[in-house]
Ligand binder design. Sequence first.
Ligand code: MG
Length: 386
Amino acid sequence: MRFSAVIVAAGSGSRAGPGQAKQWRLLGGRAVLRWSVEALSAAGAEQIVVVVPPGDEAIAGEVLSGLDGWTAAPGGAVRAQSVLTGLAGLQDRPDDEIVLIHDAARPFVNAGHVRALLDALSDADGAVPALPVADTLKRRAGDAAVTTVSREHLWRAQTPQAFRIAQLRAAYAAWPVDAGEPTDDAAVVERAGGSIALAPGDPMLMKLTYPEDFVMAEALVAGSGQRTTRIGMGFDAHRWGPGDAVWLCGVRIDHDQTLIGHSDADAGLHALTDALLGAIGEGDIGDHFPPTDPKWKGVDSSVFLSHAVDLIQSRGGRIVNVDVTLICERPRIKPHRAAMRERLASLLGLSLDRVSVKATTTEGMGFTGREEGLAAQAVAAVELPN
Ligand code: MG
């Protein structure tokens, strides 16, 4: 069944603690927003609009790199405005097409949830995943005594919620200005007289709100046992020749020689690219970028690395960590290590603590010791779905 999706990720999420807004935080090595975009794409969404804080569109581009079928729209001051912006971003969709409205803060949505919602929507104007309330409910207002509230007939509404596009737009247009802010989209359709069906909810549709929710979500990812960690290694060496600078791990270093090669001869990036390709059994850098092809002459080697990253992402994989060792007598690597780690972290979409760059000499021995050339080694750990 055809459907589109709006993922609302425009909040500041201040209850989740200091640091980045929660949609940009990493969960199992992937940004929180990326989980929902990948899952809804896999479930068959034809178009996805992600609604992000105004000015954060570039961050969305980074954390969703390698994924297709989505566009970003700037969010409004309140959630309802963000939903409307998202709906406006759905281009040329038929009026009766189904749209799912989802909160990025619920990263564990899957195709099963979507199927259940679409089923429930067949004879209703909206469908919502909902769970019965299991805990006893207490009310305390100010200094008043604590009382118990009946939980009979009470349900906890989750997202994604499913509607037909034109009907949801009309319901929002009819929402009274003095009615306050709706806390979900089903409330808007209810108010406009629409019927809402409850689909089976799922504790896995938990909402990441507080810091402890992130701890629990990380534990769920780690304990799911649905992914395998793979290791890859890479080695590369290039010869020194006349020049005034050298590229290493994506950083240009002034030096009295340069490394000779078909591309920019960045042995650090080449070894790392081979490590990533090795982890997913994709051959080596020469298979993907033949040195006989003039297209790659003098090219920035970050192109090779980004290609390996795309291959991993296209398989639903993610990089756990990487470790590069540069082997040379000169130039001194240490003053450039921080810049190299930052460059690699940016190219790989990883946090800095998952990226290591080390350097050693060979005490004057061998080809690196005689300064005939520089060598680089790398290892990478990659998680792939089973
Ligand atoms: Mg090379």
